[in-house]
Ligand binder design. Structure first.
Ligand code: IVH
Length: 708
């Protein structure tokens, strides 16, 4: 059977059979999702099937049934946890699936109509929030103490997960009451989630456990799923190991003495923050449809850079009397709506599996996909990481797969939709790099090798391999290395394929004639390339060193090495024990440096680059004199008036400081610009000094540019 017959868009000739089929499929997926925490299709696909069922039931009322999946909101309580009846139901929220500004305009128009506002009445004030992609949680505080934590379940009855939630550091066990009194009963509603970086680390750890032969371990398909799994762990010890976090966004029951007389939703958020709950700093009061659409678009742009997943934004009428007036429609409040962004997971078919050769010869299996719009872009390739991952997921050519693109991470194949695998695909063999390539690099035919204990296969051809050569050139030319602006991947492909450039020095040896002879190269572009090459010749030792592409020598290590030795000559002459004295240089890096410089070919490349005119200034070998901020750690947040974050980071690192991504007790100071968010809050909370841009200049002993 062709799977698209079951899942495709074509109207089914037989609604009775289709409705039955959809119910069966949806119930199965709901069970996997809510009970097993192992979804096999993306949410977007689930929603689409649910939508189709809903439409069929609307069109054919005789087919409606109380046990249809359309009649249930949310999940089903598990037997393993005690059931909790929510004092106030946990509502769901109407979803605006039109991801254009029209979604905001339509909501505002509905609200104005329901409130019978005239066109010349003031714009309605809304609170615009992020829609976190985690799981809803209700936290009940009695006399200021956490009494119970419950999942949403079906909205009326959830599960008592108090012992797991108690392990979460971001949830107060006692409300902070120094600022104000606390109500006798306070139910806080919010979202439990896992940050993207924590999720990546968690999966990394899971992979190591699987590799170590631990049974019953698995990787997680996405942060939300990992969070859901952790919250419903029967062993709180395991739940405690999972990096769960919480954002508060609303209330359930609030009663008894100390209940504030709130007039606006925004005041509730403020008080939640005062009582010690994390409230996302992005929440804003905005006016009218315009304010909503603007928020939707700004957050859409910020989405990739957020440390956690969101699947949209939520708009709420700010005035609570209006909220009461607007009321509810079954389980959904009329005063709120979720306005979506394009989904970050979609289903598509694997057309082929290619094996790409990286800069160091690493062979990476890449799935070639039927084009699919996911996470805001059209994706045609998704990484399978390595052979082990590809085998564990058992991805085969012809499979339907779930593809995920979240944040600015490269798209990856998350899982195979096994129930849609065709018999022919089932008969094919599991993925095997060596077999596929018959032991040879697909680019240069050198042998492929895998060292004992390594997961990656590599091409043994080194710089003889054009693929590695291309990657090495691109690495050298990148912004953080030699910064050769006009040398992009297309041009590098052309130059290597036409044998104009074989080695790094060849870049500086080619002339105008070589360039204009290339396909589609105008004189003006050729001149631009030559100009950016010329410009790149004046560089710094750390950039040059990083650009050489020595295995295990990243940007930070290159900087440390340059600082420690001061000159390339000193570094090249260093013995292993001298190398080991550099911060963060261990035996693996030291060995890799020794091997690199021992190779006559590499030394020749360096000499030739110098004779082509590549220059850098040597540094004073570090005795600490030029590193007044060595040992200090700074965190940058918000937008500085004139400096980019990169520039500020570089300035700090040049004088020995470390720049970290998050605030902790070890942070020396936070440099904050406009719209600084939670990092600034955290600094204030921990009593860590906060500087602005002029403070940064002062710290560096420099004059700010005159415009400041
Ligand atoms: S308010 C008023 N605000 O979205 C209705 N919900 O169907 C109560 N969610 O699973 C929800 N971010 O956990 C609200 N800023 C936010 C939210 C949010 C995520 C989730 C919620 C629930 C679903 C609502």
């Amino acid at each position: 059977m062709n799977p698209s017959d079951l899942f495709g868009d074509a109207p089914h000739p037989e609604p009775v059979a289709r409705v039955a089929e959809l119910r069966r499929v949806l119930l199965e997926h709901a069970h996997r999702y809510y009970v097993l925490d192992e979804p096999s299709i993306p949410d977007a696909e689930y929603d689409r099937l649910m939508h189709e069922l809903h439409n069929l039931e609307q069109a054919h009322p005789s087919l409606r049934s109380p046990d249809s999946p359309t009649q249930r909101v949310g999940g089903q309580a598990l037997d393993a946890f005690a059931q909790v009846r929510h004092a106030k139901p946990m509502l769901s929220i109407r979803t605006e699936t039109d991801t254009t500004p029209q979604g905001a305009i339509a909501f505002d128009a509905r609200i104005r109509k329901e409130l019978a506002l005239a066109p010349d009445d003031d714009p309605v004030e809304y609170v615009a929030e992020l829609k976190f992609d985690g799981l809803a949680m209700s936290l009940r505080y009695e006399q200021g103490l956490l009494a119970q934590a419950a999942t949403r379940g079906d909205g009326e009855v959830g599960e008592d997960v108090t012992s797991n939630i108690r392990t979460m550091k971001s949830i107060p066990l006692r409300l902070r009451s120094d600022a104000r009194t606390v109500p006798e009963v306070l139910e806080v509603r919010g979202e439990v989630y896992i940050r993207r970086d924590d999720f990546a680390a968690l999966n990394e750890r899971q992979r190591a456990r699987i590799a170590a032969g631990l049974k019953n371990e698995k990787t997680f398909v996405n942060p939300r799923n990992a969070a859901a799994g952790a919250v419903r762990q029967l062993d709180p010890g395991i739940a405690a190991e999972r990096p769960l976090r919480f954002f508060a966004y609303g209330l359930g029951e609030v009663s008894g003495a100390g209940t504030p007389d709130w007039q606006h939703h925004f005041e509730i958020l403020r008080d939640l923050k005062d009582w010690g709950f994390p409230v996302a700093s992005q929440a804003e009061c905005v006016k009218g449809a315009e304010g909503l659409a603007d928020f939707h678009s700004r957050m859409g742009q910020a989405r990739d850079a957020l440390p956690f997943d969101i699947d949209g934004v939520v708009y709420k009428v700010n005035r609570l009397d209006w909220q009461r007036q607007l009321g509810f429609l079954t389980r959904e409040p009329r005063w709120a709506v979720a306005h979506k962004y394009p989904a970050q997971e979609q289903m598509t078919r694997v057309l082929d599996i290619e094996i790409q050769v990286g800069r160091t010869g690493k062979l990476t299996p890449v799935a070639k996909l039927s084009p699919v719009f996911v996470g805001g872009v059209t994706v045609t390739n998704a990484t399978l990481h390595n052979e082990e991952e590809a085998r564990r997921k058992d991805v085969r050519i012809g499979d339907m797969v779930v593809v995920r693109r979240a944040g600015d991470v490269i798209p990856e194949v998350v899982s195979v939709v096994l129930e849609q695998r065709s018999p022919e695909v089932s008969e094919s063999v599991p993925f095997d790099i060596y077999r596929r390539l018959q032991g040879r690099c697909p680019i240069c035919q050198s042998e492929i090798v895998r060292e004992p204990g390594e997961v990656d296969w590599r091409c043994d051809g080194g710089l003889f391999c054009p693929a590695q050569r291309k990657q090495a050139l691109l690495h050298f030319a990148q912004r953080r290395a030699m910064d050769i602006e006009d040398l992009g991947d297309k041009l590098v492909d052309q130059l290597v394929d036409a044998s104009v450039v074989r080695t790094l020095p060849d870049l500086y040896r080619m002339g105008f004639a070589h360039l204009v002879a290339l396909d589609r190269m105008a004189e003006k572009s050729a001149n631009n390339v030559l100009r950016s090459l010329e410009k790149s010749k004046q560089t710094t030792l750390p950039r040059f060193l990083f650009g050489l592409g020595i295995r295990h020598v990243g940007e930070a290590t290159a900087r440390d090495l340059a600082r420690h030795f001061g000159s390339l000559e000193a570094l090249m002459a260093a013995e292993e024990d001298q190398l080991l004295q550099v911060p963060d240089v261990g035996p693996v890096v030291a060995q890799s440096l020794r091997l690199f410089f021992a190779e006559a070919h590499n030394r020749e490349v360096i000499e030739q680059l110098q004779s082509c005119g590549v220059r850098w200034e040597n540094l004073e070998p570090s005795a600490g004199a030029h590193l007044p901020l060595a040992g200090k750690t700074y965190v940058l947040t918000g937008t500085l008036p004139t400096l980019s974050r990169e520039a500020a980071k570089e300035m700090l690192e040049q004088v020995g400081a470390k720049v970290a991504g998050s605030v902790s007790k070890k942070t020396t100071a936070v440099i904050a610009g406009a719209e600084a968010g939670s990092k600034l809050d955290k600094a204030t909370e921990l009593g860590i000094p906060v500087l602005d841009e002029s403070g940064l200049y002062a710290l560096l002993g420099q004059q700010p540019p005159s415009s400041l």
